[in-house]
Ligand binder design. Structure first.
Ligand code: SF4
Length: 217
């Protein structure tokens, strides 16, 4: 089995492909994902726990006060502006329904390819591309699945090596690994279940083992 398939298989046994963001409908999914930019998902869940009770549907975003309700999150002013614009566009143009195509989604204010990919997967179970965030970037580079640092290029690299029916799932599996083991500083490589497939781990091992007197694991 190819390296990337071994990685996928192992990660699927340990991590979930489902997002930890909480939502009850497609609009809430879009809002939660937009709020999660540069914020931890647990922080977003704290905010949306109250927010979604007060404003469950897209039409509920037309009344005042939304910005204050998300003010504990990073970039809340920009996020509030974009989400309110999205609500207006969805009501005017899409009958209040979150669009199900990449082209329509990326034309919404504040919605880039990463958000659109996540919405398509979590709302519509569509694997159009691969969500590449900071975790996926770091993990892909360390594993040697991509040498690029630009999100769109990494997405293209990953889409070439993983079959399409895995695209939606692989990013959350990598995000799970990134949070659990593959942290930016001091990754827990010794206990990482896929270390034998990892370029970073194997190159570090070689360097360490070349030093005289160093214990070889
Ligand atoms: S072995 Fe280390 S660097 Fe490689 S994926 Fe696992 S935690 Fe990350």
């Amino acid at each position: 089995m190819k390296k990337q398939m071994q990685i996928y298989k192992k990660l699927s046994e340990i991590y979930s492909y489902k997002t930890i963001l909480k939502f009850n409908n497609n609009w809430q999914c879009l809002v939660a994902i937009m709020l999660s930019a540069q914020c931890r998902d647990v922080m977003v869940n704290k905010v949306t726990d109250t927010l979604f009770k007060k404003r469950p549907d897209v039409k509920d975003y037309l009344s005042n006060g939304f910005e204050n309700e998300i003010s504990s999150l990073n970039l809340y002013k920009t996020k509030a502006k974009n989400i309110l614009s999205c609500a207006n566009i969805l009501i005017d143009k899409y009958g209040g329904v979150v669009p199900s195509s990449m082209d329509d989604l990326i034309n919404l204010p504040g919605v880039g390819r990463k958000t659109a990919n996540a919405v398509l997967f979590h709302c519509y179970n569509k694997s159009v591309g691969i969500v590449v965030d900071t975790h996926v970037t770091r993990v892909s580079n360390r594993l040697g699945l991509s040498t690029n640092h630009n999100a769109e290029k990494i997405e293209k690299d990953l889409c070439k090596i993983f079959p399409e029916n895995m695209w939606g799932r692989i990013s959350n599996l990598m995000i799970g690994l990134g949070r659990d083991k593959c942290s930016p500083k001091n990754p827990k490589c010794d206990t990482c279940s896929i270390n034998k497939y990892c370029d970073y781990f194997n190159s570090t091992e070689k360097k360490v083992n070349k030093q005289p007197g160093v214990f070889i694991r």
